[in-house]
Ligand binder design. Structure first.
Ligand SMILES: NC(=O)c1ccc[n+]([C@@H]2O[C@H](COP(=O)([O-])OP(=O)(O)OC[C@H]3O[C@@H](n4cnc5c(N)ncnc54)[C@H](OP(=O)(O)O)[C@@H]3O)[C@@H](O)[C@H]2O)c1
Length: 304
C-alpha cells in the first residue's frame, strides 16, 4: 500500500511512519521539521489554500492517515480558530476528498470527548460531552469526517512514547524529569488508558488491513491514574518514585479543563480485530527497550 501520513513530525505521525514503512510505501506530510527521515516527505502547511487537494493529487495514495492536529490543550484554548480549522474543518475536507478519489481514510480523535463523570468505562455508544476547546473541536472533527465519509475509521486514542522533540509525551515527561532528579506531580484523579504509540500505530495499520470502518476506541488495555503511570515508569527505568508527588488536577493551574475518568472500553476493537490488545506492561517493556537501544536519539536525528 502507498500510505500518506499527515502530521508526520508529531508523536504519532513519526512512530506510525517508521512502523508502516516496514511493509508499505510511506509519504509523510510535514511543515519543515523533518530532515533525513527514512521515508519520503512532502513539505506542506495544511492551512494553506488547496493543501488538501494538492497532497492527494501529487501522491495518489491508497490510504491517508490524518495525524495532524492542534493537539496541545492549552494552545487550543489560546487559539480557538486555529483549533477549529485544524481539528474540525480540515479533517472534513480530507475525508470528503478521500471519498472522491477512492482513498481509505483514518482520522484520529481523542478519549477527551467524554466529560469523565461516568462510573466505569465508556463505550463507543456513550454520549460525548467535551469540556474544552480541544475536546469540542475534536468531537466536531469526528462529525465532519462521519458526515463526509461513511467508510472512514475514526480512532479515539491515548498514547505515550518517544517523540522528535523528546518532550511531547507524558512518558517522556516522567523519564526526563526523574532522570534529572527533579520533583514532579502526578495526578491521582485523572484516569486514562495509556498505550505505547508503536502499539497504536500497529493497531491502526491492522484496522486498515481488516477493512474496518466507523468509530473505535484505540487505547491501552489498562486504566490507571496519571500518578500511577508515573510510578510504573519510575519502577521500570530504575528512577526514584518518591520524586513523584500524588496531586489533584484541580488547582494545577492548567487552563483547559481535564476529565477525571477517561477509562475507555476496547472490547469493540479487540472483537473486530479478532486479537487481544497489548497489555500495559508489554508496552512499558518496549518503551524501556527502545530507550536502551537509542530509539529516542534516532528520532531526534530526524529533526531539523
Ligand atoms: N498524544 C496523545 O496521547 C493523544 C491523545 C488523544 C488524541 N490524540 C490525537 O492523535 C493525533 C496525533 O496526536 P500527536 O500527539 O501525535 O500530536 P502532535 O505530536 O502535536 O503532532 C501534531 C502534528 O500536526 C502537525 N500540524 C499542526 N499544524 C499543522 C499544519 N498547519 N499543517 C500541517 N501539519 C500541521 C504538526 O506539525 P508541526 O510539527 O510542524 O507542528 C505535528 O506533526 C491528533 O489528532 C491528536 O488529537 C493524541
Amino acid at each position: 500500500m502507498k500510505l500518506l501520513i499527515t502530521g508526520a513530525s508529531g508523536l504519532l505521525g513519526i512512530n506510525l511512519a517508521l512502523e508502516a514503512m516496514r511493509e508499505h510505501e510511506v509519504i509523510g506530510v510535514d511543515r519543515g521539521k523533518l530532515k533525513s527521515a527514512p521515508f519520503q516527505v512532502l513539505k506542506v502547511d495544511l492551512l494553506h489554500r488547496n493543501a488538501v487537494e494538492s497532497i492527494l493529487d501529487s501522491t495518489q495514495p491508497d490510504a491517508l492517515i490524518n495525524c495532524a492536529a492542534l493537539a496541545n490543550l492549552e494552545e487550543c484554548e489560546e487559539y480557538p480558530d486555529r483549533a477549529r480549522i485544524l481539528n474540525a474543518e480540515i479533517p472534513g475536507e480530507l475525508a470528503a476528498a478521500c471519498v472522491r478519489q477512492n482513498i481509505r481514510f483514518i482520522h484520529l480523535s481523542t478519549d477527551a470527548v467524554f466529560d469523565g463523570t461516568k462510573d466505569g468505562f465508556y463505550t463507543e455508544e456513550d454520549e460525548p460531552n467535551p469540556q474544552g476547546i480541544y475536546a469540542q473541536t475534536k468531537l466536531d472533527g469526528e462529525c465532519t469526517v462521519q458526515k463526509a465519509n461513511i467508510q472512514a475509521i475514526i480512532a479515539r486514542v491515548n498514547f505515550y512514547g518517544w517523540s522528535l522533540t523528546n518532550r511531547r509525551s507524558l512518558g517522556e515527561f516522567f523519564v526526563n524529569n526523574l532522570t534529572e532528579e527533579k520533583y514532579v506531580n502526578g495526578f491521582t484523579d485523572v484516569i486514562f488508558c495509556p498505550m505505547l504509540v508503536n502499539h497504536t500505530a500497529r493497531l491502526l495499520l491492522a484496522m486498515l488491513e481488516k477493512n474496518l470502518s466507523g468509530l473505535y476506541h484505540v487505547v491501552g488495555a489498562q486504566a490507571m491514574s496519571k500518578y500511577q503511570f508515573g510510578i510504573e515508569i519510575a519502577r521500570k527505568f530504575g528512577l526514584k518514585e518518591s520524586h513523584i508527588s500524588p496531586k489533584s488536577v484541580e488547582g494545577s493551574g492548567l487552563t483547559a479543563k481535564r476529565s477525571h475518568n477517561l477509562w475507555l472500553s476496547i472490547h469493540k476493537l479487540s472483537t473486530e480485530l479478532g486479537s487481544p490488545i497489548p497489555q500495559f506492561s508489554t508496552g512499558l517493556d518496549e518503551f524501556y527497550t527502545q530507550y536502551q537501544q537509542g530509539y529516542p536519539q534516532k528520532l531526534r536525528g530526524y529533526q531539523q
